[in-house]
Design a protein around this ligand. Sequence first.
Ligand code: SF4
Length: 291
Amino acid sequence: MRYEGPIYRPPSEADSLLIQATIGCPHNRCSFCMVYKKGPRYRVRPFGEIEQDLMEAARRYGSRVRTLFLPAGNTIAMPTAELAAVCRRAHDLLPELERITVYGSAQYIHRKGAADCARLRRAGLSRIHVGLESGSDEVLRRIKKGADQQQQIEAGILAREAGMELSEYVMIGIGGLELSRDHALATAAALNRIQPHFVRLRTLVPKVNTLLLHQIEKGRFQLLGPHQALTETRLLISRLQAPTRIVSDHYTNYVNLEGRIPEDRERLLAELDQALQRPQGAFRPHFVGTQ
Ligand code: SF4
């Protein structure tokens, strides 16, 4: 198997086979993201190369492979016929394969529409991780996400109605102090429409070589402290109505929240209230991450 450029995968894919179908990210503009800023440029790998990697994986791991993740920033942007062919070939070669997952931004899901999403689901694509980041139009515009709230909602519904398991990633603090409340309320409103299977929380940690870090250094963006981030999270969870599961499986979060909405909402809010009793110094420091 050959890999090119940074290889990222969700924590939930820790035991998955990783096969690259695309390299880089076709968007590569989000203000907080440094993953592909230094390249490589986005491209789709030729089907023959991907197939060779799948065949090698089948020889080495065979029936031990239950889950497959196709890494790189936006593999959903791959032409539908090619991505469907990769999914079908993976199922042919890996007899015990139960799940195929990709990352996908709303604008690329949106462009596919219902027919292509259904075609990909029939080919075996079963799970998608979408960076919602925020449901606020103003936040989405400032961070250059490439989709507004309406597109995010429609894309999420497309993926879910096609039968894919949908994770929506929310970035706590991405509106800064100025837009914290708008971010929490609009994100809850978007998630209530999308009704994803999972809401995965990440807390903003500014990264080197990003526009966002430059904005922080120039005083144009105020980072949330731990209590402000927890308060924002509290507001978001208090407004969530859609049946979903909250997961915060990431080192950036100040508390580890896990539970179902609506059943566990009061417990989650109580955990946040408890965390808010702790002094700010008890939490991880603000820091600049390198990845
Ligand atoms: S956050 Fe995702 S969509 Fe945005 S630039 Fe990074 S990899 Fe691309």
